[in-house]
Design a protein around this ligand. Structure first.
Ligand code: HEM
Ligand code: HEM
Length: 186
């Protein structure tokens, strides 16, 4: 479990940084998730889910299965601790109108469809709640959209109690865009 001279875990400096950035901020305009400031237990769970193939959506299969397989269990813990302690992504407002629509669902749910408010689990400002509920604040729009579509289609099935599949199945594509725009602005 080596680190280089600046304290960056060896897998990060040789591999992960290509897509997730040296400090967990992915290249601008990319759909790779920002990992900086994400809760360590959530990162460990995802890496273990990639390793056991229980997170089996198309991008997981195509890219992250191989990446996660190359880590030892000690390195899984090491990279999760490292990314969780990096400075989280900065809020970015792309479209205030879309974000305002997203905020309504995020904070109020959709009562006639029995969609719970996102903030019940992900927190009023998207900070999440360890160990189970990931941070969403500042996360990349394209990544959040992709994951919500994966849950909606039943392609990502590693969510405990199928809660995210339930929620996303009741969202329309425009609502998914609004929510992704909103969480990026948090
Ligand atoms: C997702 C870690 C290397 C592309 C993730 C996630 C973690 C992670 C924890 C899940 C994030 C979340 O659920 O919010 C790592 C580590 C790496 C690594 C520790 C080095 C060992 C890479 C590389 C690429 C990449 C090199 C690009 C070639 C992706 C993509 C996703 C992802 C596309 C989303 C997968 C999906 O949609 O299911 N990564 N990653 N990662 N990573 Fe990596
Ligand atoms: C994961 C969004 C409501 C519990 C996620 C992810 C997104 C998301 C984008 C994936 C994060 C990542 O890959 O980094 C939303 C939105 C919601 C919502 C927009 C409202 C429409 C909820 C609610 C709960 C919940 C109400 C709890 C009852 C979870 C859990 C995970 C998760 C446990 C982690 C799944 C795993 O372990 O892989 N959510 N969420 N979410 N969400 Fe939600």
């Amino acid at each position: 479990t080596g680190t280089n001279a600046t304290g960056i875990p060896q897998p990060v400096s040789t591999t992960c940084m290509a897509c997730h950035g040296m400090t967990g901020i992915s290249p601008s305009g990319s759909m790779f998730p920002d990992l900086a400031g994400q809760w360590s237990p959530y990162l460990v769970k995802q890496l273990n889910n990639f390793r056991s193939h229980t997170r089996a959506d198309p991008m997981a299969k195509a890219i992250m299965w191989g990446m996660a397989a190359s880590l030892t269990p000690a390195q899984v813990q090491q990279v999760a601790n490292y990314f969780s302690t990096q400075t989280p992504p900065k809020a970015k407002m792309a479209n205030a109108k879309l974000a305002a629509e997203g905020k309504k669902i995020y904070e109020g749910g959709i009562s006639n469809l029995h969609v719970p408010a996102c903030m019940a689990c992900h927190g009023p400002t998207g900070l999440g709640d360890p160990p189970y509920f990931p941070r969403l604040a500042g996360q990349r729009r394209a990544y959040v959209e992709l994951q919500l579509h994966y849950f909606k289609k039943g392609l990502r099935t590693n969510d405990p109690h199928a809660i995210m599949r339930y929620v996303a199945s009741r969202l329309t594509a425009p609502q998914i865009t609004e929510l992704a725009t909103y969480v990026r602005s948090l």
